[in-house]
Design a binder for this molecule. Sequence first.
Ligand code: ZN
Length: 95
Amino acid sequence: MGKAFKVYDIHCGRCGAYILTYHKHGSGKGIIRLYFHNIIGPSEWSNLQNSSDKGKRMLQCAACSEVLGNPVLDKGNKWAFRMRKGLFHRKLKKR
Ligand SMILES: [Zn+2]
């Protein structure tokens, strides 16, 4: 099957605003962490892994300021947002 992944749109759980698009690899159902390198847009978030701001910025809704996730450095030295349960919605996109 190769490198299978699913594409999710992440929305704010409070106001419903679109936040970002994510490529989820692996078979796990839940989204616990959003790895920076799997965020594909918008550039505000997809460029974060190349930014000196990584690790300082929380994943925050531009519309209502709700914080959806906190930056964490994974064991493999990869940056991710640890998502706050119930504060975001994900929608599987058809490919
Ligand atoms: Zn919001």
